[in-house]
Design a protein around this ligand. Structure first.
Ligand code: HOZ
Length: 435
């Protein structure tokens, strides 16, 4: 693959990028959006509908990142748009309770019975940060275990060997995180139960919780090895530590009840985000009532938020989750079949062109790793040829296919992707691999 000069016009996007750089570091409000990992300048989005993004210069793209996960029902999903419009007429925020919060919670519990009690926050970062505080309070312990390449938002203690932008930019651990805090986080290789056992042996009675992405999405997509989840549950139970399953990415994605349903997990706490807010900022942490009831005002663990349970966010979340729940039997097999067709079709084109590619897919999330070898953990993901990925990304973008702009992010599709999009994507990949 060679990097051909751009044929699409990006004049307006370039001007908007220059303007944005006056106000925002790198011109962005979240690092991976800057396209630094794949090179080139990011197109600015003007609008989106269904499976398509339209940029500021009028170029159309098939969207395979779906706002990094939330848009499983396609962009501008009409019931969510109507619910937001209707709700906004009665004010965007009250800072007091509304019936919509319990309406959404009821729907969430129907999909996630493991959430005996929950609390709404405004982002996945808040959800994981709060879940960890709760685990520390519940156990009276300080240390936590996370896994290399897993990303759980940008709270201090979780930016240790993290995935997503941290992996993309090769930042070993963020500057500004005090060593004393980072030391409380043990980052272990994913899919390696012996490493977890050794950590518990080395720090008996000190580990409050294990937090994991049940299917890694933030180092690219990495499925759990058979028996891995069960092993983590058995070890945490034996050692009196909590198991926190971070389903911000996988929730309502790999099944209606996320990885908890798909793999039959029994977590102590679960975190949700992305899809649960239907594209608006919502995070959730919840789980066993005995832990959740430690939260203020019932207990001594403090956590709060002016925009928590925000009415617009609840409206979008309710429209999305209700639709998913009511149509789950049809939706999940269909998006999985579409994802299988597009991912295997592209992988077959790579094989025909002699380009080594390893495909990891769970349901409608996946990564094409530019490596011939299996990818079961972050170290194996990091062996990918990121330069080749960057060239592929650009060649696809040029042909109207927008993939996540980093080898270390998962791709997604949803209900509005169909045979046409699959066909166009495979054709684009054929051209990309042969260029
Ligand atoms: N942390 C997100 C990807 N895993 C990126 C969020 C964004 O840039 O919008």
């Amino acid at each position: 693959m060679s990097s051909n000069p751009s044929t699409l016009v990006h004049t307006r996007s370039h001007a908007l990028q220059q303007r944005a750089e006056r106000f925002f570091p790198g011109g962005v409000n979240s690092p991976v959006r800057a396209f630094r990992a794949v090179g080139g300048a990011p197109p600015f989005i003007d609008r989106a509908e269904g499976a398509y993004l339209v940029d500021a210069d009028g170029n159309r793209y098939i969207d395979y990142f779906g706002s990094w996960g939330p848009m499983i029902l396609g962009h501008a999903f009409p019931p969510a748009v109507e619910a937001i419009e209707r709700t906004a007429r009665h004010s965007a925020s009250f800072g007091a309770s509304t019936a919509a919060e319990a309406d959404l919670a009821e729907r969430i519990v129907a999909c996630y019975p493991a959430l005996q009690k929950m609390r709404f926050v405004s982002s996945g970062t808040e959800a994981t940060m709060s879940a960890i505080r709760l685990a520390r309070a519940a156990t009276g312990r300080k240390r936590i275990i996370k896994f290399e390449g897993c990303y759980h938002g940008h709270a201090d203690g979780l930016l240790v060997k993290a995935g997503s932008g941290v992996a993309t930019f090769g930042i070993p651990g963020s500057a500004g995180v005090p060593e004393e805090i980072a030391q409380l986080t043990m980052a272990l290789p994913y899919n390696d139960l012996a490493a977890v056992e050794a950590a518990f042996d080395a720090h008996p009675g000190e580990i409050a919780a294990i937090i994991l992405e049940p299917v890694v999405g933030n180092a690219g997509c990495i499925p759990p090895a058979p028996g891995y989840h069960e092993g983590l549950r058995a070890l945490t139970r034996r050692e009196g530590a909590l198991l926190i399953v971070d389903e911000v990415m996988t929730g309502f994605r790999v099944a209606l009840g996320g990885a908890v349903e798909r793999y039959g997990l029994d977590p102590d706490l679960v975190t949700l985000g992305k899809i649960v807010g239907g594209g608006l900022p919502v995070g959730v942490f919840g789980g066993k009532a005995l832990f959740m009831d430690l939260l203020a005002p019932l207990g001594p663990v403090y956590q709060a938020g002016t925009l928590s349970g925000n009415p617009l966010a609840m409206a979008a979340g309710l429209a999305t989750v209700s639709y998913l729940q009511d149509h789950a039997a049809e939706i999940y097999p269909r998006i999985e079949a579409t994802a299988k067709a597009v991912t295997e079709g592209v992988a077959a084109e790579a094989a025909r062109a002699g380009i080594p590619l390893t495909l990891n897919r769970v349901g409608a999330m996946w990564t094409w790793f530019f490596t011939p070898d299996p990818v079961r953990n972050y170290d194996e993901a990091a062996k990918s040829d990121t330069v080749a990925f960057g060239r592929f990304h650009h060649a696809m973008l040029e042909q109207g296919v927008w993939l996540p702009p980093s080898q270390f992010e998962a791709a997604f599709l949803g209900t509005t992707h169909g045979p046409d999009e699959v066909e166009k994507t495979i054709t684009a990949a054929r051209a990309a691999f042969r260029s």
